[in-house]
Design a protein around this ligand. Structure first.
Ligand code: 6GU
Length: 245
């Protein structure tokens, strides 16, 4: 997958997203990240990319022209079609299904806003999707873009080693992950649950599933509302005393 980042700090995004799984996906040729700075496409001595907000008020707004020129260069660099995703707190909250959808594309173009945002006319004309990473305010879309790149990179076929298998991650099934333990089995802080040491793979799988259900119910009950449960899940929920709706 190819990711183009349009940002006033494109190196920052590439840096943050360049470590660990994402870096390895790059080395394995599964992901390539390309940074683009609208300032390089701005006019005049000052290479101005932002201006005062019409109607007054604090803060600066990113101007249409440098963004349009920059986006044209991004498109011209490579013919693969790509949605333009604008990272903004006004966007739809990012979820794992959305990550999966984007991860399956050959390319995406990420636009990071700074200041108060970007001229709405550019948003209407050029943006395909607006995405937020949560209900809090960041000073720019750069960290959000790095988050999105990380989430998408680890879903690229071959990005994870076996031990990291994405299939068992929190949210891949819409539930939180079960607890995990490692050696020593016995420690002053407590014992590893006996079932995990039993060697009974069926019992271990059931325990993990039940723990995932329990944790989700305790911590994020809204994730469980309106779901269809399998026969096995219904049994595990009943054992926990968790009512089915
Ligand atoms: Cl995508 N951008 C900014 N500036 N703040 C955010 C965000 C994005 N998502 C949550 N907060």
């Amino acid at each position: 997958m190819r990711v183009d980042i349009v940002s006033l700090f494109p190196e920052f995004v590439a840096q943050v997203a360049g470590h660990g799984v994402v870096g390895r996906a790059g080395e394995r040729g599964l992901l390539s990240i390309h940074g683009w700075n609208p300032r390089d496409y701005a006019q005049g001595n000052y290479r101005r990319v932002d201006d005062k907000t019409f109607g007054g008020g604090p803060g600066m707004v990113m101007m249409i022209e440098p963004l349009q020129a920059c986006l044209s260069a991004v498109r011209a660099a490579e013919p693969t079609p790509a949605p333009v995703v604008y990272l903004t707190p006004q966007g739809k909250p990012l979820t794992q299904p959305k990550v999966r959808e984007l991860a399956a594309l050959p390319r995406m173009i990420l636009l990071c806003g700074r200041y108060e945002g970007i001229d709405e006319r550019f948003v209407e004309a050029e943006i395909d999707e607006e995405i937020s990473i949560g209900d809090y305010v960041l000073s720019g879309g750069e960290l959000a873009a790095a988050v999105l790149i990380d989430a998408v990179a680890r879903l690229q076929e071959g990005a994870l080693n076996d031990a990291e298998s994405a299939a068992q991650d929190s949210f891949e099934d819409g539930l939180l992950d079960c607890p995990h333990y490692t050696h020593p089995a016995s420690h002053a802080l407590g014992e590893v649950p006996a079932v995990l040491r039993s060697g009974d793979h069926g019992a271990i799988a059931r325990w993990r599933r039940q723990q995932a259900l329990l944790r989700t119910w305790q911590r994020r009950p809204e994730l469980m509302a309106g779901r269809e449960w399998s026969k096995e899940d219904r049994k595990l929920l009943k054992e926990l005393g968790i009512p089915l709706e």
